[in-house]
Design a protein around this ligand. Sequence first.
Ligand SMILES: O=C(O)CCC(=O)C(=O)O
Ligand SMILES: [Fe+2]
Length: 445
Amino acid sequence: MAAASLTLPQHHPLSLSLAASPSGSWTSSAPGLAEISIEPDSRSPYSCKTWLCLVGGAGLGADEDVLFGGDPRRPVCVRVLGVEMSHPGIDDLGCVVDAKFWAAVLKDDEVTLALIEKHLRILLSVEAETADGSTPSDLTKQKVGTITKFRNLKPANNSAILASTATLNPDHCHPDLSAFLSSPTTASLDFISSPTPGVYTFELFPPPFCAELVAIIDAFEATTLPRRRPNTMNNYGLVLTEIGLEAYATSLLERIIAPLSARLWPEEVFSTSLDAHHTFCVEYRAEELGKGDRNLDMHHDASEVTLNVCLGRGEFSASGLRFCGEFGKADHRQSKLQLQHSLGRAVLHLGRHRHGADDIASGERVNLIVWARSSAFRAAAAYGHVNPDGYPKKPESGEVHQVCLSKANDADYEARVKITETDTTTLAKRKYTPFSAPPKSCAKF
Ligand SMILES: O=C(O)CCC(=O)C(=O)O
Ligand SMILES: [Fe+2]
């Protein structure tokens, strides 16, 4: 099958107008996306740095109002690239959410790159104050400071993967992957198995490397440094890009997730353009061990493709990963697979594939999760050039399986649970963690 690609029409009502080019340098890596370099002026707390800003649509995520042009809808997403950035007008993923910026940019009918560039320069040049009185430079210093302080502790025997230049080391990957890492476009994919269509699993990390990752996570948890939980579904876990693993995670995306996705899902328009990620770990602990998350409600991810790797932490039992159908498909609430996690093994699936984690019965487990995204696809979908992921939705048909219901995401959850109350044992055991949207993203305009 030939790989799908993103080809956008030249003009579209929601497209960014390139009519007035910005004064600085800009390039376009995909139709509907532009990159601008911003040099803040000398008053800026950020004047030491040239910021690369990606301008294009977003519009995906869990928020249907945004998907379908809810009001107010912004025609473009402006994302500042680079993790060492903290600003009250810029969200966790680098998306500009500053009200004054948007009021100025959307003042006229036409949104131009020149206007965006002008107001980005202002945004990055003025020392704005947050609600608690701290400034962007305070926040940036804190963010950079956290990573620096943590690196200075030399955790996990001064692990090389915490370096700002870290890349995936093939010696830290399972030998099954070596041919693929050398020739990602042509090597045989026979190291991968697919227990149900669209879910792929393979050995990724040998146990010593899993232990190294867990040692880094544990070392961070043992500090008093500020931390953020990965999303509102999890009370435990860490955003790994905020503890110094950004470079390593980007390399994981570039060397494994992106090339594998291009080959495993050639029919998906995003599969050849995965370029952004939200990387975190989740942690589950059995009841007997005290406080902790036990399971994860059914959901789909705010990603195009998700990599989920089991890093272990001693022995654990149960805690299977259940897959149902894909969001938007008629059978999306029908159970397809219950997969048991095993140390070092990776699962790769589409973000729209409905899944959830069963109760952990004993022990603890830590998993590394990478939500991989395509900026080009999100731009195209936001402008209406391609359907958003999972759309158009098919009407649900056939049986609905109770194990695929989501307490937080399904409006008919209570009604359906009443109907099928016969299976009380499963229900009584399950304590659902409410799902809410993932961390603020470009979709949250
Ligand atoms: O617990 C797991 O293995 C799944 C985690 C997950 O689905 C997520 O964090 O999005
Ligand atoms: Fe998930």
